[in-house]
Design a protein around this ligand. Structure first.
Ligand code: CTP
Length: 404
């Protein structure tokens, strides 16, 4: 069977690490899969392996410099444009730091900044550098933007210590590239509605009830869905985030507004991710003007229940995919299973907000996925974008199972 990598243009960036010798094997394996390889080397990389090795293996000139006077087009733009996939292996802390901070001072960094292709990064470095919070921040920032990381893993490093920092072995990197390529546009032709953020329930003209939801999980799901070819309708309560440019975006305030927008769009989509933290209650009425404190010593506000949007969707679901989210403080699995059933969902994503690294305003999350067949999957702490990848993978799985 042909590999998904066959005839794909893959730019392979090699940076200055001893693991550069393993890039030789990566390129050999990729060539066996009939991929077209464009090697790019940083100056430091050329101290470890001679460019001629990569040139011979790839049958392609190795790009090392940014400016070529004899050519009309600047090579970094042509490489950025032609790439179906960009791999950096090995990737040093330095290159990751540069990319994370928008620096484009050589051919590799400019190509990364200019490309629309997915970028896969296989880091290799000493564990002290890996554990440095500066590096960790840079890596997490890139993950949030959708850069894909494989490794590093634990093993004997160049320093002789058995620690984290070793680049993942070439066959696994190649397998991962196949997985990334397979997931490109795997939701082409499908549309999904995603709700995100909090709702605001007005009390008077200046005040409202709300919650701590930041919208990050819903926006990460929207970004990931778009990158995989899905059409996304994003209906969001107020957040500080910038909506993805390619999403059909609606800003709403109250649960009632959200309900209306969701119902108006439900027939157009194949599924709904109900990520928003919808307020369960709202003040019975929104008062005119402003409630003044001098006219009353005590204030009692009567709250009435909001519609449960997801439950309503569950009642009219038919063959659409429904994904619910829940934030729990105890008995997570039990509570989540109960909601999955009550709301007629295909999948529920539960998080324990008492854990560090999970919850509303965090960049990371720790979640448990429970599907309608009772399958439970626990995802340890990772960025919300990485969780989004896993959730979309799971949805793909559910869709395929429904077809077969
Ligand atoms: N949800 C909804 N409409 C509401 C409340 C919640 O659509 N009025 C959706 C949320 O978007 C989420 C899921 O339902 O996908 C959460 O279920 P819910 O039972 O409301 O969870 P909690 O709010 O955590 O419930 P409780 O506070 O009762 O545990």
């Amino acid at each position: 069977m042909n590999s998904v990598l066959k005839n794909k243009n893959i730019v392979v960036g090699i940076t200055g690490s001893i693991a550069a010798y393993k890039a030789v094997e990566i390129i050999r394996l990729l060539r066996k899969k009939e991929a077209i390889i464009y090697p790019v080397m940083t100056r430091a990389a050329t101290y470890f392996v001679h460019p001629l090795t990569f040139q011979t293996l790839s049958s392609q000139r190795v790009t090392r410099k940014m400016f070529k006077e004899e050519k009309k087009e600047i090579p970094h733009l042509s490489l950025a444009k032609l790439a179906d996939l960009l791999l950096i292996a090995p990737a040093t802390a330095n290159i990751i730091g540069k990319i994370a901070n928008g620096i484009a001072d050589d051919i590799l960094t400019t190509t990364v900044l200019a490309t629309r292709a997915p970028v896969v990064i296989a880091p290799a470095m000493n564990y002290r550098m890996f554990r440095n919070p500066i590096f960790q921040t840079n890596m997490n920032k890139l993950k949030t933007f959708g850069f894909k990381f494989i490794g590093p893993e634990k093993g004997v490093l160049a320093s002789g210590e058995a620690e984290i920092g070793r680049m993942v072995d070439p066959p696994r990197i190649v397998k991962y590239l196949e997985k990334v390529m397979n997931s490109l546009n795997d939701f082409q032709g499908k549309s999904f509605l995603i709700t995100a953020g909090p709702t605001r329930e007005p009390l008077d003209e200046v005040r409202f009830f709300s919650n701590y939801s930041s919208g990050k999980m819903g926006y990460a799901l929207a970004e990931e869905g778009i990158s995989r070819g899905a059409k996304i309708i994003l209906i969001s309560g107020p957040t500080f985030l910038t909506p993805p440019a390619k999403a059909e975006f609606y800003l709403v305030e109250s649960a009632k507004d959200m309900e209306k927008k969701v119902m108006d769009n439900f027939s157009k989509v194949d599924g709904v991710f109900m990520v928003a933290a919808v307020a369960d209650y709202r003040p019975e009425k929104r008062r005119e003007g402003k409630i003044k404190k001098d006219s009353q010593k005590e204030l009692t506000i009567k709250l009435v229940q909001n519609p449960d949007i997801l439950k309503e969707l569950g009642e009219r679901k038919k063959d659409k995919i429904l994904i619910g989210f829940c934030a729990e403080v105890e008995n997570i699995e039990e509570e989540a299973k109960k909601k999955l059933k009550e709301k007629n969902l295909d999948l529920i994503v539960a998080n324990d907000i008492t854990l560090e690294g999970a919850g509303f305003e965090e960049e990371t999350n720790i979640v448990t996925l429970i599907d309608k067949n009772g399958k439970i999957e626990y995802l340890a702490k990772r960025s919300k974008r990485e969780i989004a990848v896993k959730i979309w993978d799971k949805v793909k799985n559910l869709l395929e199972k429904d077809i077969s």
